[in-house]
Design a protein around this ligand. Structure first.
Ligand code: NIG
Ligand code: FE
Length: 412
C-alpha cells in the first residue's frame, strides 16, 4: 500500500466517458487530500480536508508537501517510432515550401519511410523507448503510438511489433494505431486506390490476426487519401474489429471530420481547417476532437476552433503529434500552454483535454484519465500548488514526481 498525503489540491475530471460542452470544464477538487493506492497499483481510497483514508496505517507514505496533484497526462496522438530526423526541411519551409510541397517532392513522410525501413526492430525499439522515457519525465503516463512510416506489409508490421513491445518495456501504457494509410509509397505512386486495396487485402488481416493494433487511422488530405478511399479503408478495418481514427482537415477541409461523424470514429485529429459541417457531425457522434496545437505552431497554420467545438458539444482532447516533420516535440505541457493561449480554453477544460478525454480518445477511459477508486494510480505531482500555473508557466518542466500504477519516479 502507498499513501500519498499532504496533497494541497487534487484536481481531476470524473467518469469513464468523454466530457463535452460545459462538463469539459467541470473538475472535482479535493483540498488537503490523500490517496491510498493498493498493491496492484490501483486507487483504493481518496480522503480530503486533512483526513486519511481508512486502512492507511501501515502504508508506505509519500508526503507531497501541499503540492497540486492531477491524474497522469495522456498523449493521445504520437508517431514516435521512426528513423532519422528531418531538420533539413526547416530551411526549405523558411524559404517558402509548404508541408505538402515537400511531401509531393518525395520528402516529408517519404523521407522518414526510407530511414525507418532501414532500421531493425530492435534498433527502433531502443530509440522509441528513449522517446517514451523523455516524455514520461513531462508527466505523460499513457501514450498512443501510430505506425505509418513503413508503408509496406513488412515494415508496417515491424513498426507495430515495436509499439506492442513498448507497452511491456516502457513505463507508460502504450496504445497502438495502424496508420498504413499515412502516405502513398513510391511502389504505388499515382495508384492510391490500389494501395488502399493492398492495405485491406494484404496488411490489415495480419495486423488483426496478430492483434498488433487497437485502432485504424488514415491521413485524409489533398494529394494523400480522399474521403472515399478513407471511408473504404476505415469501414473494412471496423469489420475486422478496429475502431476508427482520422487525420482530418489538417491542411485542407476535404470532408474528413464529416466522415468521422458519419462512421462513428472514436476520434478525429488535427482539425485545423474544420468547417461547421464537420463540427456538427462530430458533435452528433461524440467523436473526440484530438487537437494538436504544436503542429499548428510548427507548420505556421491557424489554431483549431477549440471553443466552437466545445460549444457545439464536441469532446476535446489535446495531444502532441510527436513526429519528425510537423512536431518534433515530446513536451505535452507545451501543448497545454498553447491550449490556454491560442485555443483560449480554461485550465479546467485543458486538464480534461489531456487526461480523461484523451484517455477516451484511445479507448483507455475505464482505466486511466481520472483520479477515482478502481482506476490506475497514475498521477503527476507538480512543482506548484495551483492549477492555472500549469498553463501559464511555459518552457520549464513543471512535473516534480510521476506515479505510474503506484510506482514513484522523480522527474529530472
Ligand atoms: O500528424 N499529417 C500526417 N502525419 C503527421 C506528420 C508526419 C510527418 O510529417 O512525418 C502529422 O502531422
Ligand atoms: Fe499525426
Amino acid at each position: 500500500m502507498l499513501l500519498i498525503k499532504n496533497i494541497g489540491l487534487l484536481a481531476t475530471p470524473q467518469g469513464n466517458t468523454v466530457r463535452c460542452g460545459a462538463a469539459q470544464g467541470e473538475i472535482k477538487e479535493y483540498r488537503n487530500a490523500s490517496v491510498l493506492v493498493d498493491d496492484r497499483g490501483m486507487i483504493a481510497a481518496i480522503a480530503e480536508n486533512g483526513e486519511l483514508p481508512e486502512g492507511s496505517d501501515n502504508a508506505e507514505v509519500l508526503d507531497v508537501g501541499g503540492a497540486l496533484v492531477t491524474p497522469g497526462l495522456v498523449d493521445a496522438h504520437t508517431h514516435l517510432v521512426f528513423g532519422g530526423w528531418r531538420a533539413h526541411e526547416v530551411p526549405l519551409k523558411i524559404a517558402g515550401a509548404s508541408y505538402l510541397d515537400i511531401l509531393n517532392a518525395g520528402g516529408g513522410i517519404l523521407n522518414t519511410l526510407v530511414n525507418t525501413r532501414k532500421m531493425t526492430e530492435d534498433e527502433l525499439f531502443d530509440r522509441s523507448l528513449g522517446f517514451l522515457d523523455e516524455e514520461f519525465n513531462f508527466g505523460v503516463t499513457t501514450v498512443e503510438v501510430k505506425s505509418g512510416y513503413g508503408l509496406n506489409k513488412e515494415a508496417e508490421l515491424k513498426q507495430l511489433r515495436v509499439i506492442r513491445r513498448l507497452n511491456d518495456g516502457a513505463k507508460q501504457d502504450v496504445v497502438s494505431t495502424f496508420l498504413g494509410a499515412h502516405a502513398i509509397p513510391d511502389e504505388f505512386k499515382g495508384r492510391a486506390d490500389d494501395y488502399i486495396d493492398y492495405l485491406i487485402d494484404e496488411v490489415l488481416p495480419t495486423v488483426c490476426e496478430e492483434k498488433l493494433a487497437d485502432f485504424c487511422d488514415v491521413f485524409t488530405e489533398s494529394s494523400v487519401f480522399n474521403v472515399e478511399q478513407s471511408r473504404k479503408l476505415l469501414l473494412a478495418a471496423q469489420k475486422m474489429g478496429l475502431p476508427s481514427k482520422i487525420h482530418a482537415d489538417e491542411i485542407d477541409p476535404l470532408g474528413g471530420s464529416e466522415l468521422a461523424g458519419e462512421i462513428g470514429a472514436v476520434s478525429a485529429e488535427h482539425l485545423i481547417a474544420t468547417k461547421d459541417s464537420g463540427i456538427e457531425a462530430m458533435a452528433r457522434s461524440k467523436t473526440v476532437a484530438c487537437l494538436l496545437p504544436q503542429t499548428s505552431l510548427y507548420l505556421g497554420k491557424p489554431f483549431a476552433r477549440a471553443r466552437d467545438m466545445i460549444t457545439a458539444g464536441v469532446p476535446v482532447a489535446i495531444a502532441t503529434d510527436f513526429n519528425p516533420g510537423s512536431c518534433p516535440s515530446l513536451n505535452l505541457q507545451l501543448s497545454m500552454n498553447l491550449g490556454y493561449l491560442r485555443y483560449r480554453l480554461y485550465p479546467e477544460e485543458i486538464l480534461t483535454a489531456v487526461t480523461l478525454n484523451a484517455a477516451c480518445a484511445i479507448g483507455m477511459g475505464e482505466k486511466v484519465g481520472s483520479a477515482e477508486i478502481g482506476k490506475q494510480a497514475d498521477f503527476v505531482i507538480w512543482n506548484t500548488d495551483e492549477l492555472p500555473m500549469l498553463f501559464y508557466r511555459m518552457g520549464s518542466n513543471q512535473a516534480k514526481t510521476i506515479i505510474k500504477k503506484g510506482k514513484i519516479y522523480e522527474a529530472h
